[in-house]
Write a protein that binds this ligand. Structure first.
Ligand SMILES: [Zn+2]
Length: 164
């Protein structure tokens, strides 16, 4: 698919992240951008280092002491605010906003699959079914996604961040 499109810049799909458990909002936003992100309660200190090593992931952390534990490559996140955090990661990793957004499950990181409308009729509320045309499904946790208001708000938020 994207193999034909050669660019010198990394795309969000190229870098895999292991995100420290204290950076939950950042983890979610990186998934919105399509990044492969692992995140969870066990991901701190040595747990974070082990997980990053196992899958060759770039660590994102606020923990200044992590350096003493001889981690693989990591980025020390400077700010407490997720907007600044996201800006920092995009800047340092050369990430850009790429279409399409929302290709990955925000809860479990699995790549979403497009579902034909008729196949989700019994799985979504009737109002949603009657007002939406496009649906994605997560093979990992079986959530159904559709472009809702929060979806639009997130896109606007990204634009406000000047990340477009
Ligand atoms: Zn999922």
């Amino acid at each position: 698919m994207s193999e034909l499109k050669q660019t010198s810049k990394a795309t969000s799909n190229d870098i895999k992240f292991a995100v420290d458990r204290m950076l939950g909002r950042l983890a979610k936003w990186l998934r919105v951008l399509g990044c492969d992100v692992i995140y969870g309660q066990h991901l701190t200190g040595y747990g974070l280092i082990r997980a990053a090593r196992a899958e060759d992931r770039l660590i994102l952390t606020r923990d200044r002491r992590l350096k003493q534990k001889q981690p693989p490559e990591f980025i020390l996140i400077e700010s407490d605010h997720y907007r600044d955090q996201l800006r920092q990661v995009m800047r340092e990793c050369g990430l850009t906003l790429s279409d399409p957004l929302f290709t990955r499950c925000l809860e479990c990181n699995t790549v979403l699959q497009v579902r034909a409308k008729t196949t989700v009729q019994k799985l979504v509320p009737p109002y949603v079914y009657s007002t939406q045309e496009h649906f994605s499904w997560c093979p990992g946790c079986e959530r159904i996604y559709w472009p809702a208001t929060h979806h639009q708000k997130m896109v606007e938020e990204l634009k406000r961040l000047g990340l477009g």
